[in-house]
Design a protein around this ligand. Structure first.
Ligand SMILES: N[C@@H](CCC(=O)N[C@@H](CS)C(=O)NCC(=O)O)C(=O)O
Length: 209
């Protein structure tokens, strides 16, 4: 079987998928599309992913889009007993909830911070939007930091899929140049993630661009 991840390495949503694949020890190729690479508006790509976004997972004639759905699929298909996606329904629900909260609660303010400070030249920045993004993102990180006061990982005692979407963004949080509010417990968790080779390869070892 040929497994391909379509999407540029600098995309936070692509990072989630390649980090998960590596945690599970699953081989894959990655093809650069999206952003400056383009090629997401072709009929072939839209047939795989009608949103025209990245990532898309392709396994022979099977395709899947939405990063969190891809991470869950990979665990269910190839690592059913792995604690990275807990089997117990309540534990799984707990981990899933944090994955979704990254998209809904953290995603919008982190997009304002990242796009404003990294992908927009200084003279074109809307500092009011960026400042609000920083405040709202800090509040969102405060949610996981409250959990991290009592356990080493977002969903509890072990590393799970819940750490992956938040972990991708916390690397940006600590490596974009701005006046960061102190969030107790967040840095220690980031340092813990940095000990994972797959995180280094696909997230922490990459420049924030
Ligand atoms: N909810 C989707 C969002 C996908 C998304 O917004 N991807 C961005 C990159 S992080 C994208 O495709 N941007 C346009 C591009 O790179 O061409 C997911 O989680 O996969």
């Amino acid at each position: 079987m040929r497994r391909i991840v379509w999407g540029r390495a600098s995309s936070s949503n692509v990072m989630k998928v390649v980090w998960t694949l590596d945690e599970l020890g699953l081989p894959f190729e990655r093809i650069d599309v999206g952003g400056a690479f383009g090629k997401t508006d072709t009929a072939e790509y839209r047939a795989m992913n009608p949103t025209g976004l990245v990532p898309t997972l392709q396994e022979d004639d099977f395709t899947l889009w939405e990063s969190n759905a891809i991470c869950r699929y990979l665990c269910q298909a190839y690592a059913p007993g792995n604690p990275i996606w807990p089997q117990d329904a309540r534990a799984r629900g707990g981990a899933d909830r944090w994955m979704d909260a990254q998209q809904t609660v953290l995603g919008p303010p982190m997009t304002a911070v990242f796009w404003g400070l990294v992908r927009t030249p200084p003279e074109k920045r809307d500092m009011a939007v960026i400042t609000k993004g920083i405040q709202d993102a800090a509040r969102a990180y405060g949610l996981i930091a409250a959990k991290l006061q009592h356990a080493p990982y977002v969903a509890g005692e072990t590393f799970t899929l819940a750490d992956i979407p938040w972990g991708v963004h916390v690397h940006r949080w600590f490596n974009i140049d701005f006046d960061r509010p102190e969030i107790p417990g967040l840095r220690a968790w980031y340092d813990r993630l940095c000990e994972r080779p797959a995180y280094q390869t696909h997230v922490a070892g990459l420049p924030v661009v």
